[in-house]
Design a protein around this ligand. Structure first.
Ligand SMILES: [Zn+2]
Length: 131
């Protein structure tokens, strides 16, 4: 019965070693830390190893990666709180419009979009930068 199990990990001996350090590592091979930085994790087998100071570092093909695990509950909460805060900070107290953070100004009685500020009679003490 033919049953090719692709999940059998490489044995240590099979893994090609890249001699001469990181300069000799091709662009498509990344270590786990590199991948983590770009929110990926390996889905394939170790492609090679490179010597890094005192140990062999596993390298993975960047084409064999998947997005890193979902954020933790805590991270998700922090994100949503941050988003909510930003949304609130961008919402005009008067017309409830959500505008760019640069288009909303805090005054004594609240924060308002440019239009509402004018309506409320506030002189805009901002440099109107025409883009
Ligand atoms: Zn407004």
């Amino acid at each position: 019965m033919e049953n090719e199990d692709v999940n059998i990990p490489n044995t240590i001996a099979e893994i090609p070693k890249i001699i001469g350090g990181w300069v000799n590592v091709p662009d498509h091979l990344k270590c786990k830390l590199d991948l983590t930085k770009i929110r990926l994790k390996p889905s394939g087998l170790v492609q090679a190893q490179v010597w890094n100071k005192y140990t062999w570092i596993d390298l993975y093909d960047i084409n064999e990666t998947v997005p890193k695990n979902k954020l933790s509950e805590k991270q998700l909460l922090a994100l949503s709180v941050g988003r909510e805060r930003l949304k609130i900070a961008r919402t005009c107290d008067q017309c409830k419009q959500i505008v760019n953070i640069s288009d909303i100004k805090n005054v004594e009685v609240g924060k308002f979009c440019k239009d509402c500020l004018k309506e409320l009679g506030y002189a805009l003490q901002v440099h109107e930068e025409e883009t």
